[in-house]
Design a protein around this ligand. Structure first.
Ligand code: PAF
Length: 287
């Protein structure tokens, strides 16, 4: 196991990355909000396989949480995160304070990066209107701090991944965005730091998300071309679960996030479902 450098300031990250650059090494970035699990580990593994050096960021970003969301209660365990990162060959973790990232104090900023069309207003954006503005802003800052060759994001946050690809294109970042497959528990539940909020009954109930995803995939594989029919069947499965409340189940173009009703180009079938008070997401994309 190699050394894991812990950097708390922008300057420390910049100095280390520029030393690596002088040696001609390539750098990969894995942005995270910490409380790492096997899903994050798979991003680090992919980054290690594609880059000479890997930086993970571990920062619960206040600008992507709306009022009444779980910013304060978001789970944190930096020691565990470091152990996981080290085990998977990450070279440096950037663990900044809120003030280091947002020098105006209190996690406030007057400068945002935002996609102005409907893309961030779809799906999760309907109930989380400022979420993707916060994500784009912090990811943009991380790109400027680390200046990576490649950055790695999970397909579980499919809308986030599509939005970041768009931002990279629109702002001409010379960074390759690598999307990585969803990692699931043995029983199908998509790994998420928020799974930790679930009690035993809720954990069991949460399986309705992956059940709906797998049934949707099967229906498409069997030749269904009507996206609304697939969505309807997925909703039926979730609605049978008494502890589940649907935020949305939708079919959208996998690149633009525009609503689609017919499966022609790749379609993202995405959902957000409350299990008790915990909001979980899952999805699949057709070929
Ligand atoms: O996916 C996440 O964990 C976050 O949205 C990200 C990309 C690290 C930005 O805070």
């Amino acid at each position: 196991m190699g050394e894991l450098i812990i950097a708390k300031t922008v300057k420390e990250v910049r100095d280390q990355v520029s030393a690596w650059r002088k040696e001609g090494l390539t750098v990969g970035l894995v942005p995270t909000m910490g409380y790492l699990h096997e899903g994050h580990a798979s991003l680090v593994d992919k980054a290690v396989s594609m880059c000479d050096r890997v930086v993970a960021s571990d920062f619960v970003n206040p600008t992507q949480f709306g009022p009444g969301e779980d910013l304060e209660s978001y789970p944190r365990d930096f020691e565990h995160d470091c152990a996981l990162l080290k085990e998977h060959g990450c070279n440096m973790v950037f663990y900044p304070s809120v003030d280091e990232m947002y020098p105006d104090g209190n996690g406030k900023t007057d400068t945002y990066v935002e996609i102005l069309d409907d893309m961030p207003k779809q799906l999760c954006g309907k109930t989380r209107p400022i979420h993707f503005r916060g994500v784009c802003t912090v990811v943009s800052k991380l790109f400027n701090i680390v200046l990576p060759d490649k950055a790695f994001f999970g397909q579980k946050d499919a809308q986030q991944l599509a939005i970041i690809k768009r931002m990279v294109r629109d702002l001409s970042y010379g960074i390759e965005i690598v999307g990585c497959p969803i990692v699931r528990e043995a029983d199908g539940l998509a790994k998420s730091s928020r799974n930790t909020y679930l009690n035993d009954a809720e954990r069991q109930a949460a399986l309705c998300l992956s059940r709906a995803v797998f049934a949707g995939m099967d229906m498409v594989k069997a030749g269904e071309k009507n996206a609304d029919t697939v969505v309807g069947m997925m909703k039926d499965i979730i609605e049978k679960e008494p502890l589940a409340k649907i935020d949305y189940v939708s079919s959208v173009d996998a690149v633009t996030m525009a609503d689609v009703h017919e499966i022609k180009a790749p379609v993202l079938f995405a959902m957000a479902v409350y299990i008790g008070k915990t909001r979980l997401i899952d999805n699949f994309i057709t070929e």
